[in-house]
Design a protein around this ligand. Structure first.
Ligand SMILES: [Zn+2]
Length: 225
């Protein structure tokens, strides 16, 4: 069987790619990177570098047009500044809504797109790197266990039971993702997580804070720093 892996260039999806390569072999893995109108292309370049590292082909898809009008702060356009604080701090001010860096239904859109590409390329499984730290407090509801179950059901039924979703870290913490990636010797030195597109990670956006905590919990230095 062949596997399609959604690759964003960060540590969660890179670990998924490492898992898929271990499970199916690089010759049976296809990577997919999606542009969505983000403010910089560092993550796309990282996705290319990670796919190259494993010798898997990378498909690139541009879905930026679908987010026209969004006030998401990750996107070029209307959103304004990316918050320089943890997700927990941001969630104190969102009144139960997702954080400002939530891209509208991104994982739903990406998984639906990935399902069409997977079926067109004889893949029977789609991997993506959702985990519970992102879903906590409704920061990114499209990373939750309930969302994943619903999407998996939709993809399985809608594909005539030919395709399923594998989300190996749903319900687990980002520190568990890093632990698994260290076991697999995932090329974290090639990854990019920061929401800003500087020469080095900013260290103070939500994802930089979570990434640092995940490496610290494993007692290792982040090789990308
Ligand atoms: Zn950052």
């Amino acid at each position: 069987m062949k596997a399609l892996v959604l690759c964003s260039g960060g540590i969660d999806s890179t670990t998924c790619l490492a898992l898929a390569v271990e499970q199916y072999g690089a010759e049976n893995v296809l990577a997919l990177s999606v542009s969505y109108g983000q403010k910089h292309d560092k993550e796309i370049r990282s996705a290319r570098a990670v796919a190259d590292y494993y010798g898997v082909p990378l498909r690139e898809l541009d879905l930026a047009a679908l987010f026209a009008g969004s006030s998401c702060t990750l996107l070029k356009g209307n959103g304004g500044e990316i918050p320089k604080e943890s997700y927990a701090e941001q969630l104190e001010k969102t009144d139960g809504k997702p954080v400002s860096t939530y891209v509208p239904f991104r994982n739903g859109l990406f998984l639906a797109s990935a399902a069409s590409i997977a079926l067109s390329n004889d893949c029977g499984v789609i991997y993506y790197g959702a985990h519970s730290d992102d879903a906590a407090g409704n920061a990114y509801p499209d990373c939750s266990d309930a969302f994943n179950k619903a999407m998996n059901d939709a993809v399985f039924i809608g594909s005539g039971e030919q395709l399923r979703i594998e989300a190996p870290f749903v319900g687990r913490h980002k520190a568990d993702v890093v632990a698994e990636g260290l076991r697999l010797k995932a090329p974290y030195h090639l990854t990019w997580s920061c929401y800003e597109g500087g020469d080095k990670p900013c260290g103070c956006c939500g994802t930089c804070i979570d990434r640092a905590a995940a490496f610290a919990a494993n007692g290792v230095a982040d090789p990308a720093l």
